[in-house]
Design a protein. Structure first.
Length: 320
């Protein structure tokens, strides 16, 4: 008898649906009110957008293999959020220059990470952790603990508020972003080479793939995507502080694992990360609704990560 298998991305989506339905039975849940349920569902997806985009760079780094991971993501999100807030300073005409600036800054930080990993053979965990410390220190030097600026009205309008049939602009941005990520991973030479170096770098090098350039470029792209995440986060919240990116570091890694991207490799890679981001955001929302303290929320998220990895760790054949 043929065994029924469910891909990790689909399993994550099904888990999100079950969790959302169960949330309706909580004291502060939507109960049987479909209008409230729809509004809550839209809000949860909106909150998932920022984690999903930040985790995109983590997805690429993890797919690249060699125990790749980017622990500087949270610090980069914080730095670029502060830069956005300061450069824009409430002016619509400064939004595009700010976006360009954060992409360049994030890309440069990622470039340094990639160079350290590729040229100096520093372990990714050590290299990116050290860079996180450098960036965090730089933030304190620049801001002295105080951040001044403002978000432009157009950012709030396009990111935080509904722009089409009650759908927030952030969700529409995520849809376009997901399509571009799918094209990058599944339909470009870069995507094919990325999976090749993630599977076996020696074989990839003998096949003519420029492994060093791929590694450096992937970490640079991860930094740029973290920068984009910082830009969108501050556009959604309207405020910024010197720890705004910290809550995204662990979930950005967990989203990749929960969605199965780390193990499946290939079809639906970024869609798995999207599903993982949705699950983690929903769990956080449920725990917040239940008024659980931060310590309990962290424990539950960590346990969720371990359970999902233990389940999908038995399906490594997908990666082949």
């Amino acid at each position: 008898m043929k065994r029924l298998t469910i891909s990790p991305p689909l399993a994550a989506v099904l888990l999100a649906i079950v969790l959302f339905l169960l949330s309706g039975f909580l004291p502060n849940g939507f109960g049987g009110n479909l209008d409230v349920a729809a509004a809550q569902a839209v809000n949860i997806v909106r909150l998932s957008v920022f984690l999903g985009i930040i985790a995109a760079g983590q997805t690429l780094v993890i797919i690249s293999g060699n125990e790749g991971i980017d622990l500087s993501t949270g610090a980069v999100v914080t730095l670029t959020a502060i830069l956005t807030y300061t450069i824009v300073n409430g002016r619509n005409e400064q939004v595009l220059p700010a976006l360009l600036a954060v992409l360049i800054v994030g890309g440069m930080i990622g470039l340094i990470n990639g160079a350290g990993v590729a040229f100096l053979n520093i372990a990714p965990l050590v290299m990116t952790l050290g860079m996180a410390g450098v960036v965090s220190g730089l933030i304190l030097v620049i801001t002295q603990g105080n951040v001044s600026g403002a978000v432009a009205p157009i950012m709030t309008q396009l990111i935080a508020r509904p722009v089409f049939q009650g759908i927030p602009g952030a969700i529409l941005i995520w849809i376009v972003f997901a399509a571009l990520m799918w094209l990058l991973i599944e339909r470009t030479t870069y995507g094919r080479h990325l999976f090749a170096i993630g599977t076996n770098r020696t074989t990839a090098r003998l096949s003519g793939i420029r492994v060093t350039a791929m590694v450096i470029g992937t970490y640079a792209l991860s930094g740029m995507l973290a920068g984009l995440g910082g830009f969108l986060v501050v556009g959604n919240t309207g405020v910024v502080h010197i720890r705004i990116g910290d809550p995204f570091l662990f979930p950005s890694i967990a989203a990749v694992a929960v969605g199965g991207t780390l193990l499946t490799g290939g079809k639906g890679s970024y869609f798995g990360t999207m599903a993982g981001a949705l699950v983690l955001t929903l769990i956080t929302s449920l725990l917040t609704t239940m008024q659980m303290p931060e310590s309990v929320r962290r424990m539950v998220l960590g346990a969720t990560l371990l359970v999902m990895i233990s389940i999908y760790g038995r399906q490594r054949g997908f990666r082949q």
